[in-house]
Design a protein around this ligand. Structure first.
Ligand SMILES: [Zn+2]
Length: 252
């Protein structure tokens, strides 16, 4: 088995192996989708897939995520040391690896700056729960306070929230998601968040407060969510403890 202690030649060979080639193509594909959906501008965004107990493959720095080639992908250990690959890794990799170190179920992570989700992050407003069935089923969103991108302080705050949430908005920055299944599934969390934030903005223009799901309806959705293995801080709460989310947007 290849680990971070394997020889340099072994690590290079591992990064060029056919199993890893498949994952590199997945990273390039998801990068293209992030760019096409305008979730990343300039060189923004990063994608990481765990490939061993202490190894991960990741996107490099200073490259548009819409136009990566498989040979651009790098190999790192979970502490953030680059082990193989010709391009340089990004400082933002730390946050992904801190999630993976703390949360052993995290198979892949996705970070980007989608405009509607990031608008909520800039406003410091956590999207309300109890509004849309799909969002309740697949997403569990928290907000991390602002810290300088790429610092261990930000990674620590994000990783702690990843215990009970699969999507973490970062104030004045963007969003990072993780999945216990695949990179595509981590990317889906971003699509779901972004579609939801966009829908909320449209709903608030209809001149009427949005209707909430009832606690009984939420209990049903949370039961299904739990069976999917998706984290949620409300798992285990009784129906009486699930408060109505109340009117949204709230009167200020
Ligand atoms: Zn970023």
């Amino acid at each position: 088995m290849t680990t971070c202690k394997s020889t340099k030649a072994n690590l290079e060979a591992f990064l060029s192996s056919s199993a890893i080639q498949e994952l590199k193509l997945q990273i390039c594909d998801i990068g293209r989708r992030l760019w096409q959906r305008e979730y990343v501008d300039g060189n923004a965004g990063n994608l990481v897939i765990k490939v061993g107990e202490d190894l991960a493959v990741c996107t490099p720095t200073l490259v548009s995520k819409g136009f990566m080639k498989p040979e651009d992908i790098c190999l790192v250990d979970l502490k953030g040391n680059q082990l193989a690959g010709t391009r340089k890794i990004t400082s933002e990799i730390l946050m992904h690896l801190q999630i993976m170190r703390r949360q052993p179920r995290a198979a892949a992570t996705c970070h980007c700056h989608p405009p509607y989700g990031t608008a909520f992050a800039v406003a410091g407003l956590e999207p309300p729960t109890g509004v849309l069935a799909e969002y309740e089923l697949f997403s569990s969103v928290a907000m991390a306070p602002y810290r300088t991108p790429g610092t261990p302080e930000l990674g620590k705050l994000v990783a702690e929230l990843a215990d009970t949430h699969n999507t973490i908005l970062m104030a004045n920055h963007g969003v990072v998601s993780w999945s216990h299944e695949s990179l595509e599934d981590a990317y889906f969390k971003i699509e779901i968040l972004e579609g939801y934030c966009r829908m909320l903005l449209a709903a608030t223009q209809l001149g009427k407060p949005v209707n909430s799901l009832t606690p009984t309806q939420l209990v049903d959705l949370l039961k299904i969510k739990k069976s999917f293995g998706i984290p949620d801080p409300r798992h285990g709460l009784a129906e009486s403890e699930l408060r109505e989310s109340g009117e949204w947007p709230k009167e200020s």
